[in-house]
Design a binder for this molecule. Structure first.
Ligand code: SF4
Ligand code: SF4
Length: 476
């Protein structure tokens, strides 16, 4: 039987089934120990994070006052570390050809009702121009796994194309990548192509459930998939992103699993995940979410968001357009630091040119939040947030443990605040509607004094004027 060891490079040892079960049993046995619960919340309130056991205890706890305290503390931690900034991005789907059999995804190989499509470099160009015209600077590249349709060469060529397009004042300055688990050699190639974060969702950490949900294709290999982030980091990619598809398995199990994965990366590489994504199972072509019996209700889901914020305070947390505007509003308060805006989850969905293209069903999942990027930006501004198109860290070499150094001593917040203001200024000058522009200018004025470093503040004030005069792409 595998023994739990966070430093091991073997999936069954760092995501150890027995340790997860013991943790859940221990949390159940101790959930009425209010002293223990308060001690964990107190520790998290000092930005020290939580172990997977402490976090599981708080998830199990049903006491109303303690739960109120958890939410209150998550809001404080979020505000302290991230201020009012929310980073915006959009997914870009390159191809929905896939050899895998993931039963929750309409791109699974056996689905005959979906239109299969792979973008040519010319089509990618059109998509990127459409995204740049919306105001996006940060994309997440997504693709199904297929040796013929989307080999690594196609992904690398596409990355080159995406970075090369400079349309009017537009540019994609950071391209994060979410493609199937691959070899160290291929991760090296992605690293050389200057990707930002490599994201790979585990979907579920429960091995048996994982194997049942992935009956076919390379993704069915649980260990190869679970050890992928290690290979990416070994290849030099400093920033990796984790994620669970909540609703596939009992969420308590996956919650502990994702925190153990974060602890493992910290133990082996000295740096935890750059981001954790929190998608939930939702309707899609050929997929009925009711067939999954572990659906996570909104309140429990939001408690998970709050506890991830407490457990890994310096790890960005991402919520997609799968969620409704209401859940996104609550999630932003409790810990979400990045959201997608104006997203299309279909292949070629941003630059639709014909009725036939409109009618093609290529979506990966239905989006609940169908607002445009301008509407999302306006909504964030109205709700007291500072929308940010910042991509500075990875371009300034602040990645991996170097990034965490800045994050943990708090000095990153001056960079984040200034960069958020400068990129919002670019957005309001180049892309915003009249109403969003007025709201944006007011927020820029309000947020400028909050840049805590006086030198950076002074320099930002000067740069704001230069942006109004037509210069672009300043960063700290
Ligand atoms: Fe393919 Fe990814 Fe969908 Fe699985 S989740 S079928 S690997 S696109
Ligand atoms: Fe993210 Fe770095 Fe920009 Fe802050 S300064 S928003 S951490 S890229």
């Amino acid at each position: 039987m595998a023994i739990y060891d966070p430093k091991s490079r073997v999936a069954a040892e760092f995501i150890n089934d027995q340790e997860i079960k013991d943790t859940l049993a221990w949390a159940q046995a101790n959930k009425t120990n209010h002293e223990l619960c308060h001690a964990a919340i107190e520790k998290a309130a000092q930005f020290k994070g939580l172990t997977h056991r402490e976090a599981a205890l708080l998830l199990a706890c049903e006491d109303k006052d303690i739960n109120d305290k958890i939410f209150e503390t998550a809001i404080k931690v979020k505000e302290h570390i991230y201020g009012s900034r929310i980073v915006l991005f959009a997914p870009l789907y390159l191809s929905n050809y896939c050899v895998n059999g993931c039963v929750y995804c309409p791109y699974h190989a056996k689905n005959k009702t979906i239109t299969r499509k792979k973008l040519s470099q010319e089509e990618i160009r059109n998509e990127v121009i459409a995204l740049q015209d919306m105001g996006h600077k940060r994309l997440l590249l997504e693709s199904g796994e297929h040796p013929k349709h989307s080999p690594i060469e196609y992904i690398l060529e596409s990355i080159k194309t995406i970075y090369s397009i400079k349309h009017k004042n537009g540019a994609i300055r950071r391209l994060n990548v979410n493609i199937a688990a691959t070899t160290v050699e291929n991760y090296k190639k992605l690293h050389e192509a200057e990707i930002g974060t490599y994201q790979l969702f585990q979907e579920t950490y429960h091995k048996e459930t994982y194997e049942a949900l992935h009956p076919k294709g390379p993704k069915s290999d649980y260990a190869y998939h679970t050890e992928a982030h290690d290979r990416a980091m070994e290849a030099g990619i400093d920033d990796v992103g984790l994620g669970v598809l909540f609703g596939l398995e009992l969420c308590h199990y996956d919650f502990v699993g994702v925190l153990m994965h974060a602890e493992h990366l910290e133990a082996v590489f000295g740096c935890g995940p750059h981001t954790i994504s929190v998608p939930r199972i939702c309707p899609a072509d050929d997929i009925d979410p009711n067939t999954f019996t572990n659906a996570v209700p909104d309140d429990l889901f939001l408690k998970i968001v709050a506890l991830i914020r407490l457990a890994v305070p310096y790890t960005g947390m991402i919520m997609s357009t799968r969620e409704s505007a209401r859940v996104r509003t609550e999630g932003l308060k409790l810990g979400i630091s990045q959201i997608s805006g104006g997203s299309r989850t279909s292949v070629g969905g941003y630059a639709i040119r014909s009725v036939q293209e409109m009618e093609e069903k290529t979506e990966q999942f239905e989006t609940s939040d169908r607002r445009t990027l301008d509407e999302i930006v306006h909504w964030l501004l109205d709700n007291g947030y500072l929308p940010s198109f910042c991509t500075a860290c990875y371009r300034a070499g602040r990645t991996g443990d170097r990034f965490m150094e800045f994050a943990k001593d708090g000095s990153i917040s001056a960079f984040c605040q200034a960069n958020a203001i400068l990129t919002l200024k670019e957005y309001v000058c180049d892309y915003a509607s009249k109403e969003t522009r007025a709201a944006g200018e007011a927020v820029i004025e309000r947020e400028m004094p909050k840049i805590c470093n006086p030198k950076i503040r002074k320099a930002s004030e000067k740069r704001i004027i230069r942006i109004a005069d037509g210069e672009r792409d300043f960063r700290f």
